[in-house]
Write a protein that binds this ligand. Sequence first.
Ligand SMILES: Cc1ncc(COP(=O)(O)O)c(C=O)c1O
Length: 336
Amino acid sequence: MANHPAQSAPFGSILAGHMAVAEYHDGAWGAFEVRPVAPLSLSPAAHVLHYGSTCFEGFKAYRHADGSVKVFRMEAHIERMRQSARSLVLPEPDAAQLREMVLAAIDRNRAEVPDAPGALYLRPMLIGTTPNIGAAATPSTSAMLIVLCSPVWDYFAGGAKPLRIYVEEHATRCAAHLGVVKTGGNYAAALGPTLAARKQYGVDQVLFCPGGEVQETGAANFLLIREGHILTRSLDSSFLHGVTRDSLLKVAPELGFKVEERVFTVAEMLEWVKTGEAALSGTAAVLSGVGTLIRDGQEFRVGDGGVGPNTQRLRAALVGLQQGTTPDTRGWLTAV
Ligand SMILES: Cc1ncc(COP(=O)(O)O)c(C=O)c1O
């Protein structure tokens, strides 16, 4: 599909025409419907608008060379959404219903799925709708679950520009127990420090390292990479357990990489990048190489400053699985 509109649009700025919608009332989810994307009707007293009762997901469906459309790791994203909902005491989406909603939304928007390296980005969102402005300490008993679809492009395909990253050792991305939850407030909390670093240092992203321990960026996980070795933070509640991170760590041993998951410090990272590589992993970032780290106003070049060969190799392996050019031996793809 030459010149797909997603190719020239910022990620997420175009919506496909239809969305799947379900509502929760009186202790149960109602049947969902797929309808044209249109403004929602919501009470100005809705719980989400005051108390931030919202969570969401982000994953992709790819059009393979044979024309079929396949979703990458849908089950893992549905489980993470359910876990986010439980953490926020929101009505938990039913896994089977959410699966059907995702597939129905993609099917309805099938003509808008770009060819590779584009994809249809899927955005399930859950909001608390109970109208009560005195419900700061009361959960929402009604909710709306919506699956939006957005044709996107892979801007990093074919030789990406290495990223500039600011190392933030003081500000935290979000409350420590909520890092693992994909909720809007976390992104609002990270925005101030991210914009400040962008303005001061012209960086692409901020790497949060509270207390000098490397954590993650505003919208991606962080990996240190070199020949035969990957180091990344071990899972805890302080950061989002990325499905891309998990996929890379599962594929890496087959490519000859030892995977090490543990807490590591900024000092250790700066030592590593003298000769090694660093990259961000996520649904949008896929695996994007870091060229420069900036700490306390000082610039540190990562390796030779370009996207390293091991990063490129891991990225190619992941993209091959997502786009169906390598066989799916793990059941990570769901046909639509
Ligand atoms: C804060 C944060 N960390 C990590 C990730 C990467 O997660 P995933 O690989 O599941 O997209 C994301 C993006 O979705 C994110 O928003």
